[in-house]
Design a protein around this ligand. Structure first.
Ligand SMILES: [Zn+2]
Ligand SMILES: [Zn+2]
Length: 369
């Protein structure tokens, strides 16, 4: 079928909005009519070449939608089901999956790097008949997409689809880092670098766990209001002041948990220095390949500190997302305020530009309604 999609053709060039051909779903795949797709900072990282992506391809990895058709052998989904696409497909059989580390699935990682579906091929071709890559099996900046059954997580139908797209990336990445990686306890002090979509989910998770104080650090003072709305108790604009001495003084020695959500050497260094004894630095942001950070590890031994990386908040998409959806529906967890703007696919390059200038507050989502 012919669909409209945003195609990444080159690094540091605008996305091209094209009519592309989407083949029917094959074995254990579903055709999804995309409802919403959030624009994540990782999308910008692909566009700028900071993170590798095998373009040309249709990007977008934070999507919600409705199943339109199912391929042969699909048993868990049917036409009309509401789903969230996950970029961390877990096969359930590789050594990592067997250990319960579904966020590290070997097969999921391979197809993400290759830009294909699980069988190693693509359902996308451009107008010239040339193959286009998928993005983490989701490719949500398109009217329709074909997703493996394993990567389409069924959600309850009363969950609003505009908020549901966040279950594909920002929500589990941020919230999971708090509950699975840091395992924040009531009264723990935390500091978070980066008040974007993921960072605000770290904030909300820390607040739910009873953390105090919750420092929110961002280069943009314009993020202060939304940061405080989600639960930040002390906002620090690190383009104006050094957050480390402020945090050290207020916590009498440093925080229990630092979260770095940007992937920036300077931010990671600040997050490191802001840790107190026995503190843990949770590295969420993906650093540019080859980028190093100089940190004196002597203090890590002396202070019994930890630096721990995480992907997808160490969550298991198919098991955890339905639980997270229930939390939102019970009013325990809030995602509505994260949507600050809805945009149309044709406007996507303006969104990329605004994000690169740090002008996006909350998350902007592409609407296909
Ligand atoms: Zn993302
Ligand atoms: Zn696996």
């Amino acid at each position: 079928m012919r669909i409209k999609a945003a195609v990444m053709r080159e690094v540091n060039k605008p996305l091209s909005i094209e009519e592309v051909e989407l083949a029917q779903p094959k074995e254990e795949e579903v055709l999804v009519k995309v409802s919403y797709c959030g624009f994540c900072h990782s999308d910008l990282a692909l566009l700028t070449g900071t993170q590798p992506y095998p373009f040309p391809g249709v990007i977008g990895h934070e999507a919600s939608g409705i199943v339109e058709d199912v391929g042969p052998g699909v048993t868990t989904l049917k036409k009309g089901d509401h789903v969230v696409g996950t970029w961390m497909t877990a096969c359930g059989q590789c050594p990592e999956c067997v250990k319960g580390w579904r966020y590290l699935c070997r097969r999921g990682r391979t197809i993400m790097a290759n830009g294909t579906l699980l069988d190693g091929t693509s359902r996308l071709t451009d107008a010239h008949g040339d193959m286009l890559h998928h993005a983490g099996c989701v490719s949500g900046f398109a009217e329709y997409t074909v997703i493996p059954e394993l990567a389409a997580v069924k959600i309850r139908e009363d969950m609003p689809l505009d908020q549901a797209c966040f279950f594909g990336c920002a929500m589990p990445t941020g919230f999971g880092a708090v509950i699975n990686v840091a395992q924040v306890k009531p009264g723990d002090s935390v500091a978070i670098w980066g008040m974007g979509g993921v960072g605000l989910n770290v904030v909300q998770g820390a607040k739910l766990r009873g953390a105090y104080p919750i420092f929110g650090v961002d280069l943009e003072g314009s993020k202060e209001a939304i940061a405080k709305e989600f639960g930040v108790t002390h906002f620090i604009n690190n383009s104006k002041e050094d957050p480390v001495p402020i945090i050290k003084e207020m916590t009498r020695g440093g925080v229990n948990f630092s979260f770095e959500v940007i992937g920036d050497a300077g931010a990671t260094a600040q997050a490191y220095w802001a840790m107190g004894p026995k503190g843990k630095l949770v590295q969420i942001g993906g650093h540019r390949l080859g980028q190093g950070v100089k940190l004196p590890l002597l203090f890590v031994s002396y202070g019994c500190q930890t630096i721990e990386g995480t992907t997808y908040g160490n969550t298991s998409a198919r098991e955890d997302i339905p639980v997270f959806v229930d939390m939102v529906m019970r009013g325990v967890y809030k995602l509505d305020k994260l949507i600050s703007r809805k945009f149309k696919l044709d406007e996507i390059n303006n969104v990329a530009e605004a994000l690169s200038k740090r002008q996006v507050i909350g998350r902007w989502v592409c609407s296909f309604d």
